[in-house]
Ligand binder design. Structure first.
Ligand SMILES: [Zn+2]
Length: 597
């Protein structure tokens, strides 16, 4: 549990923009379902068969239903995430999940009818000016057509979803219920995984090493079940892929991200060519910490001096970052704060972590985070408001269906905003020791999202390949490929403890969304490229960047990014990004020069 923050006390959501209360929310679900039923009665059998204007009106009506459902659903989720112990809240959240699923089933026919149209009819509609706001999303949907089965087969596959989520839940429950008795200095106490992991940032080295060992000892008691969950899910995904004729296990994720397999592979191999940069830092860091070599538990050990930072100062720094970059973004940021769309106070009954929800075209986005008065919390605040500005501008300009982007592009504005805010923090920092901490933190963040996520994606590729050859994914087999892929990154710059062979067993992304991992690497590299472009020519960059935000998901990543000078088809694209990455590591090295060891 995070330390209680005094400075963000009382910084809580006002949910009035979402709903006036639980009764109203329940009532609205009934109205939404009635609207959905009316829509289905009048529109079924007409998707794409009555000309472009009719299809545009149909999609606009559908968007309206989805938008109101999104707002009403988020009202329940927002309460659940901040008042977990309230009985009325839990009932409402259950109701919202059920009603949202019912609504989804009622409206599903639109996608199926759109896919069922023959190509000539679809192409004619896609070319019609009336459908311009929807054209890109409609086109992308049709790209899945070769892999979509008949309606009854799809329904049968859907019917297996509860059984599949049972594997996911089992995996999650195994981790959530795992506690290890651990003595952090004040007597042995049960520790959760998150609490054990939090010690990797502790300056006390023996504590770090013991905590990591305790973590892997704990995971060893669950590893076989975790492996069985993963084996079942990967096996299932591969057999459904075979039914659908999906040729390659990364394809579904690449399609969601609208990225070509070659672009992803060329990015990952460029990243691997730069692993040396990480190893160089680990050797330097060992010297700073006065060690011959780093152990895994030292990877994120603090260098320099952390400092505390109160909520008003954090608000000010992010405000200044946006205002200097582009006043329009600062306007959105201030409006969200003024309308109490930010919940920053950590407290009992509130979920951990941070996220942004871009609710609808009529409501400003909401942000949840847990502000603990650390300087790093500024990074989170800026990151989430990168998402907010993207969502708000895209919703202003695009149809609801067209504002949303894939995972890979979604993380670009958040990473870019975070890089700008960190640069501002570093420039303003007068204490050389805190400056060193900030510089090291920035470099290690980049390594965690660019290098480590690539290691994770390579691990997944190996696992799917083994399972595809008919080999079961056992604890031993997973541990073997896990260590091999990690070795390719760390080399001998850092010692991996024996227990680390189970490092794969607690990573939720493997379970929930295959190959989610590379999206972080992609976004961080693109954000680095954008930062380099911005520095070269801020006057030309800023309006083009605003255009990128406002375009939302109305174009492909290639077409969204090329006006910003990032051409994804060009392998040289990544060179600019690595230039920036190298600068970042070099500055971290310069920062620790002269620190007392
Ligand atoms: Zn994010």
């Amino acid at each position: 549990m995070a330390a209680t923050s005094l400075s963000a006390a009382g910084v809580r959501w006002d949910l009035a923009d979402l709903s006036s209360g639980a009764d109203a929310a329940r009532q609205e679900w009934e109205e939404l379902l009635a609207r959905g039923r009316r829509f289905a009665e009048t529109r079924r059998g007409t998707v794409g068969t009555e000309g472009p204007e009719a299809l545009r009106d149909l999609l606009a009506e559908l968007d309206g239903i989805y938008e109101d459902a999104s707002r009403n659903h988020f009202y329940a989720t927002a309460r659940e995430h901040t008042q977990a112990t309230d009985a009325e809240t839990n009932d409402l959240a259950t109701l919202a999940r059920d009603r949202a699923a019912d609504l989804e089933n009622l409206l599903l026919f639109v996608e199926l009818e759109w896919l069922a149209l023959d190509d000539a009819a679809a192409d004619e509609l896609l070319a019609a000016p009336a459908l311009a706001p929807y054209a890109h999303k409609l086109l992308v949907a049709r790209e899945e057509k070769p892999y979509v089965l008949g309606e009854q087969e799809e329904q049968a596959l859907n019917a297996r979803k509860p059984a599949l989520s049972a594997w996911e839940s089992l995996h999650g429950r195994q981790l959530a219920t795992l506690t290890v008795d651990f003595d952090a200095g004040s007597g042995a106490e049960p520790h959760t995984i998150d609490r054990l992991l939090s010690y990797i940032h502790d300056p006390d080295r023996p504590l770090r090493l013991r905590a990591i060992d305790a973590l892997y000892d704990g995971l060893a008691t669950r590893a076989d079940v975790q492996a069985a969950c993963y084996d079942a899910l990967v096996g299932d995904r591969l057999s459904v892929d075979r039914l659908r004729g999906v040729p390659e296990p990364m394809l579904p994720t690449n399609m969601r991200n609208e990225l070509d397999g070659e672009v992803v592979e060329s990015m990952m191999s460029s990243i691997e060519e730069h692993y040396e940069l990480g190893r160089r830092w680990f050797v330097r860091k060992a010297a700073v910490l006065g060690l011959d070599k780093l152990q895994l538990a030292d990877q994120y050990a603090p260098v320099g001096q952390d400092r505390s930072l109160a909520w008003p100062e954090a608000v000010e720094i992010v405000d200044g970052t946006f205002a200097d970059f582009e006043p329009r973004l600062a306007e959105i940021y201030r409006a969200c704060l003024e309308r109490s769309h930010v919940d920053a106070e950590p407290r009992a009954g509130k979920v951990g972590g941070a996220y942004c929800n871009s609710v609808s075209r009529h409501v400003l986005p909401y942000v949840l985070m847990n502000f603990t008065d650390r300087v790093r919390d500024v990074v989170t605040l800026a990151h989430e408001f990168g998402h907010v500005t993207h969502g708000a501008l895209a919703l202003e300009r695009q149809a609801y269906r067209a504002y949303r982007v894939g995972l890979a592009v979604a993380e670009i504005p958040s990473t870019f905003a975070q890089l700008l805010a960190v640069e501002r923090l570093i420039d303003a920092e007068e204490d050389p020791s805190t400056r060193a901490m900030l510089l090291a933190d920035r470099a290690e963040n980049a390594m965690a999202s660019i290098f480590r996520q690539t290691v994770l994606a390579r691990f997944e590729q190996q696992a799917y390949a083994l399972r595809g050859e008919g080999k079961a994914l056992t604890t031993d087999r997973l541990s073997e490929i896990w260590i091999a892929e990690n070795r390719r990154y760390y080399g001998d710059s850092l010692d991996l403890p024996e227990g680390y062979r189970l490092g794969w067993s607690y990573i939720p992304h493997f379970i929930h969304v295959r190959f989610y991992t590379y999206a972080y690497a992609f976004a961080h590299l693109v954000a680095f490229s954008l930062l380099a472009r911005y520095r070269e020519d801020p006057a030309a960059f800023t309006p083009a960047y605003l255009e990128f935000l406002a375009a939302g998901g109305s174009r492909s990543p290639q077409d969204l990014l090329s006006p910003l000078g990032v051409d994804l088809r060009e392998p040289a694209t990544w060179a600019g990004a690595f230039g920036e990455f190298e600068r970042c590591v070099a500055e971290a090295e310069a920062g620790v020069d002269g620190l007392p060891t």
